[in-house]
Design a protein around this ligand. Structure first.
Ligand SMILES: C[S@@+](CC[C@H](N)C(=O)[O-])C[C@H]1O[C@@H](n2cnc3c(N)ncnc32)[C@H](O)[C@@H]1O
Length: 248
């Protein structure tokens, strides 16, 4: 899509967010809905997650529900003017994605916005220790039937339901290149720690070796200039989208 059309599409979304509208953010985890609610006080935000609850009190225009996006979102058809889902690449199988997108489309109003954002699992220009960890992580996800390649399919997944999908990606550095690189690295180290019980047996290393691999991966990110891609796709639900039914 030409840059001017993309800029216009993004500016349309921001305009829509400033109007009073119902906005849905599955899954919420802790912060994204609350931050958006503070930024767009005229809109009402609802975040959903199967497990997490927010640690801080959200703004008054923000609330949360427990829900499994792949099964059923507890809202009427067409309830939301804007639905955004982010970073589910490690959670859903290919079937889960189809179900989740159907649910997301169902709860979006005709003409409302749908946005998906996902990061690739395999970073680029990795050093040997980071590669070893990344390969083991990928193997764990694949063994659980997780649809790791969904990131590059986001636009194609939305296209049946959405008019003129905008999809693209941005590349970002890991542990170099300033604040973004620092934040992505901190996030990556947290992921490496949180998936330790699943990934360590595949790597066949000790706890101490795993700690060393995290530290060495951080050094390598700087030395090899490791980077990754974040993909996004968005558009407006078509006024003619046939109603979608949910498999519960
Ligand atoms: C990596 S986090 C992303 C959270 C949030 N979207 C963000 O960008 O900060 C993944 C979240 O998905 C939630 N999750 C996993 N499977 C889910 C499902 N089937 N339905 C709803 N939430 C789910 C997890 O509990 C976790 O909080």
């Amino acid at each position: 899509m030409p840059r001017t059309r993309r800029k216009q599409a993004i500016s349309d979304i921001f305009h829509a967010l400033r109007q009073p509208t119902e906005i849905f953010n599955p899954p919420l985890e802790n912060r994204s809905s609350g931050e958006m609610a503070a930024e767009f006080p005229n809109s009402t935000f609802i975040g959903a997650d199967i497990a997490s609850i927010p640690r801080r009190s959200p703004p008054l225009n923000c609330s949360f529900v427990f829900a499994d996006t792949t099964r059923f979102l507890p809202f009427e058809d067409g309830f939301f003017g804007y639905v955004t889902q982010r970073l589910m690449v490690t959670a859903f199988s290919a079937d889960d994605w189809q179900n989740a997108i159907r649910e997301i489309v169902r709860v979006t109003a005709p003409g409302g916005y749908i946005e998906l954002v996902e990061s690739e699992i395999n970073a680029y220009q990795k050093g040997p220790h980071h590669s070893r960890w990344n390969n083991a992580f990928y193997a764990v996800l694949a063994s659980r039937n997780v649809h790791v390649n969904v990131t590059t399919d986001l636009g194609a997944n939305l296209r049946p339901y959405v008019d003129s999908v905008t999809s693209n990606y941005v590349s970002y550095p890991l542990n170099w290149g300033g604040q973004v690189g620092d934040m992505v690295a901190q996030n990556t180290f947290k992921i490496m720690n949180s998936v330790r019980p699943q990934v360590l047996p595949v790597m066949g290393c000790t706890e101490e070796e795993y700690d060393a691999i995290i530290a060495l991966s951080g050094d390598e990110m700087k030395r090899y200039r490791t980077w990754n891609n974040g993909h996004y796709a968005f558009g407006r639900k078509s006024l003619t989208t046939p109603s979608v039914t949910t498999r519960r």
